[in-house]
Design a protein around this ligand. Structure first.
Ligand SMILES: NC(=O)c1ccc[n+]([C@@H]2O[C@H](COP(=O)([O-])OP(=O)(O)OC[C@H]3O[C@@H](n4cnc5c(N)ncnc54)[C@H](OP(=O)(O)O)[C@@H]3O)[C@@H](O)[C@H]2O)c1
Length: 243
């Protein structure tokens, strides 16, 4: 059985395309009011119109690396008066270049920093800023969109996929954050989890990916809304992933 979303809201970052847009669509379908965090409001307008119930959605200008935009977006959510139950930390970048080439020894510090700015520092900043709002709702849930490319254990055993060092290490840091946050918020009954979507046909995943966007997002939404959701887990399609 799933929790009902009626009357409560979800914030999704990077909601104008890819997995973030599909999260917005599926949570909107399930009865949630969705706050769609987008960097470009014009592009966001088209995305919002693709929702089944666009009247139950609102665009927020949100660049997770820009503290001013984060503060403003959180203020807009607070002013709406709609209780925020869910945060989907979806926005992410991969800036290593050729996914088949090992970037470990020649990644520029600029690309490494920019990757961490979005995938880690911005995500942590947004989460901390939105936390007081989430804590006012009955059963808050935070879902971090990670990747098995951030799994230390899989890499130690020669991960069969990419050696995109900046991306992989930023997701490994996100995984550590997930564990820390889950532990820090255990007493407050906030469920904090990470998911690996699989390799999905998005701008990031490329046309060569085997999974279509809806089929990748469905199990993540089912997991996020499950009544017996635990905390501090790293999951892919119902199976735990090695940290
Ligand atoms: N696709 C896959 O195979 C795959 C696999 C594992 C994990 N993931 C993870 O899934 C998440 C979504 O990926 P995707 O495949 O949907 O990628 P995508 O199609 O490239 O979309 C990325 C989204 O993140 C947004 N974004 C980038 N930087 C941002 C920032 N500073 N502030 C706010 N939003 C920002 C983008 O906004 P703009 O349109 O403004 O650029 C876009 O909406 C990412 O965290 C990714 O690492 C994807």
């Amino acid at each position: 059985m799933n929790v009902t979303g009626t009357g409560t809201a979800a914030l999704i970052t990077g909601a104008n395309r890819g997995l973030g847009l599909e999260f917005s669509k599926q949570l909107n379908q399930r009865g949630y009011f969705v706050f769609m965090g987008v960097r470009d409001l014009e592009k966001g307008k088209n995305a919002l119109q693709g929702l089944a119930y666009p009247e139950r959605a609102s665009l927020l200008a949100l660049d997770v690396t820009d503290p001013v935009s984060v503060e403003r977006a959180v203020g807009q959510i607070n002013s709406s008066g709609i209780p925020l139950q869910i945060l989907v930390n979806n926005a992410g970048v991969m800036m290593d270049g050729d996914i088949m080439k090992d970037s470990t020894t020649d990644i520029s510090s600029e690309r490494l920093r920019k990757t961490f700015d979005t995938n880690f520092f911005g995500l942590v900043d947004l989460t901390n800023q939105v936390l007081p709002t989430l804590l006012r709702s009955a059963a808050p849930r935070i879902l971090n969109i990670s990747s098995d490319m951030g799994s230390l254990q899989l890499h130690a055993k020669q991960h069969p996929l990419a050696r995109t060092f900046a991306y992989n290490s930023s997701k490994a840091a996100l995984n550590m954050y997930t564990i820390h946050l889950a532990n820090a918020l255990k007493e407050k009954n906030v469920k904090v989890n990470a998911v690996h979507p699989g390799w999905v046909k998005t701008d990031m995943g490329s046309e060569y990916a085997p999974l279509e966007i809806p089929e990748a997002v469905e199990p993540m939404v089912a997991f996020l809304l499950s009544e017996d959701l635990g905390t501090g887990k790293f999951v892919h399609r119902g199976e735990e992933v090695a940290w």
